[in-house]
Design a protein around this ligand. Structure first.
Ligand code: RAT
Ligand code: ZN
Length: 459
């Protein structure tokens, strides 16, 4: 028998991964493609950690007149990005040991880029010019070439982006005459959170603002999504659910993908919920998103368990987690057997139930360790359970990267976590009498890191 540990480590480090969910954007989106030291340090994971150690006084919203007083959160977010980055670096890397996963990630990005020496110097320099040498290095990078270089270094075949037409600054790039040049490294996904959130104000504003405008009705909403599917050509539709989300289906989605769905009733126009007001998230999920998914033959990627804005002053860092009720997901899987659902959950407590559901429904594919679960200890325990319950029929991880350079650390850390879990599982199979070959290991690693996802998408 070959050295199991060495072969698994070799295959995991060599595999070209598919990153099924990120927030990266193409170089043609200009400033929206984030990279470099200031973007890395102002990642909302690090900003939230910084505010854990700021004095309570700075929690107040008032503007202090004391020189060098700590900023309030509003003041902090009004600062230029470079100044925000300096504060994060000072609090988490200079005054404290950068112990957390996100801090270690920043160090590993620079190490992967060969910039460890500059980082060490930054930590010992006086406050002001501290990060300038690092900034100088990133300023020399040409965005498109840099993206390509990072993908090669991180061994990422391609990433799926998050493309949000409801955000005007993003939408504008897709409507330009010279459409964004999307590198083969970037695939599109149509993100529609306001629909599942039942946020009719945002949906209606987008329908009005769109050129051409669409009627503020469920039909208008479907026309809007059809238009954006035409523009983006997404690999899937995606939404995260709001806290406490439930979908009560009012009809069975028995239609086959690509054919018109059999519907029991026509849509009320203008939109109205059962209570007579604007439509709920449940209405919009069933009567808009599921219908469009059936019609366009597109999977829906759903992210369940975030509680948005528990501390709104922290902005993107202010979201938390809940244990979600997944009963509605069970019903959707059953009622729409031809709609493919890619699902991830945020709460550790929901992971086991989701594994059980994935075993029941061939239209449910489980992907990644999301956000608060994307730490080595969680990745290892969750992946162990998933291998035991699903074999290789799931997608091991995704990064959720917002900053290009983060691909370097998030995949490095994920690969580190996968090796011991796989070795343990293989050892048990071998001990039981099953011969595992090097080719088996290569195939399994490929399945876990993108192969199972592509097989599911091709179903
Ligand atoms: O992990 C994150 O960066 C979160 O802020 C969310 O964006 C989450 O990943 C999402 O896609 O909703
Ligand atoms: Zn995300």
């Amino acid at each position: 028998m070959f050295d199991l540990n060495a072969v698994v480590a070799r295959e995991v480090s060599a595999v070209e991964v598919i990153d099924v969910h990120t927030h990266l954007l193409p170089p043609t989106h200009g400033q929206l493609m984030l990279y470099g030291v200031d973007a890395l340090l102002t990642y909302h994971y690090l900003v939230a950690e910084t505010w854990m150690v700021m004095p309570l006084d700075s929690e107040a919203d008032s503007t202090s007149t004391v020189p060098d007083a700590p900023p309030s959160k509003d003041e902090f977010f009004a600062w230029p990005l470079a100044r925000q980055a300096e504060l994060v670096f000072e609090e988490l890397f200079v005054k404290r040991t950068p112990m957390s996963e996100a801090c270690r990630g920043f160090i590993n990005v620079l190490s992967e880029l060969g910039l460890t020496q500059l980082l060490r110097e930054a930590a010992t320099k006086p406050a002001k010019p501290r990060l300038d040498a690092l900034r100088g290095w990133f300023a020399q990078q040409e965005p498109a070439e840099y993206l390509e270089r990072v993908c090669q270094l991180a061994k990422v075949k391609y990433v799926v982006m998050t493309n949000i037409p409801f955000v005007p600054e993003e939408a504008v790039h897709w409507k330009l005459k010279t459409a964004p040049i999307v590198s083969p490294r970037l695939k599109t996904a149509l993100r529609v959170d306001p629909i599942l959130a039942g946020d009719w104000t945002t949906v209606a504003a987008a329908l009005r603002r769109n050129e051409p405008a669409h009627p503020e009705t469920l039909e208008g909403c479907k026309a809007y999504l059809r238009e954006w599917i035409g523009i983006l050509k997404p690999v899937y539709l995606m939404a995260s659910t709001p806290a406490g989300f439930k979908c009560t289906l009012t009809r069975r989605g028995v239609g086959r993908v690509g054919k018109k769905q059999r519907v029991g009733d026509e849509h009320a126009e203008p939109p109205s919920s059962a209570a007579g007001g604007t439509p709920t998230g449940s209405d919009l999920f069933e009567k808009v998103l599921l219908e469009i998914a059936v019609e366009a033959g597109l999977p829906i990627a759903i992210k369940i368990g975030a509680v948005r804005g528990v501390n709104p002053a922290l902005r993107a860092g202010g979201d938390a987690v809940e244990v979600a009720d997944l009963s509605w997901l069970r019903e959707v899987c059953l009622a729409y057997p031809h709609v493919k659902l890619l699902v991830t959950v945020l709460s550790a407590e929901n992971q086991h139930e989701l594994c059980v559901l994935a075993r029941k429904f061939g239209n449910l594919h489980l992907y990644g360790c999301w956000w608060f679960c994307n730490n080595p200890s969680m990745i290892e325990s969750i992946t162990k359970m998933r291998l035991e319950m699903m074999g290789t029929a799931f997608t091991f991880n995704h990064t959720d990267c917002r900053v290009v350079d983060q691909l370097l650390y998030k995949w490095k850390h994920s690969r580190e976590s996968l090796v011991p879990v796989l070795v343990t599982q293989y050892r048990k199979i071998v001990d039981a009498g099953w011969p595992v070959s090097e080719a088996d290991i290569r195939r399994d690693v490929q399945l876990l890191c993108g192969g199972s996802y592509e097989a599911f998408m091709a179903k």
